[in-house]
Design a protein around this ligand. Structure first.
Ligand code: 2BA
Length: 109
């Protein structure tokens, strides 16, 4: 068994929830915040049989798409202004950031 942790954009989280339920995967959704953009995203915890991980990755891939997002830089209060970029910068936020971890034990009481 594996634990899959998937960080996805909020816009994709409902579609992904529906698709996971349809494909018979069980998941927990957590509200999270990206460390770089400091805006909301959604983290899914999904426990699944090792043999079903390729299918699970397909479901995530099919329901999460990359988007460009503008980042407004924070002005350097008292810091070094030399490297400060005063205009918004566009970054591509991925479809999904996925970690697959081994599970030592699983209990469901
Ligand atoms: P954020 O940290 O808000 O990052 C949003 C997007 O900003 C990233 O998209 C990436 O394109 C860009 N970015 C992040 N850090 C950067 C940096 N130091 N310099 C330049 N650009 C940077 P994604 O890579 O698709 O990541 C989407 C979200 O997935 C992240 O939101 C974060 O919440 C999570 N994430 C990504 N990599 C992670 C990791 N190694 N560990 C934990 N969470 C991660």
């Amino acid at each position: 068994m594996k634990l899959v942790i998937a960080v996805v954009q909020d816009q994709d989280s409902n579609n992904l929830s529906d698709a996971l339920t349809k494909a018979d995967f069980r998941a927990t959704k957590l509200a999270s915040t990206g460390g770089f953009l400091r805006s909301g995203n959604t983290t899914f915890l999904i426990g699944a049989d090792s043999a079903k991980i390729p299918q699970l990755l397909d479901v995530i891939r099919e329901n999460c798409r990359a988007r460009d997002q503008l980042v407004s830089p924070i002005s350097p209060l008292g810091g070094n202004a030399d490297a400060y970029v005063p205009y918004p910068v566009e970054v591509e936020v991925g479809g999904a950031t996925v970690f697959v971890l081994p599970i030592e034990q699983f209990h469901h009481f």
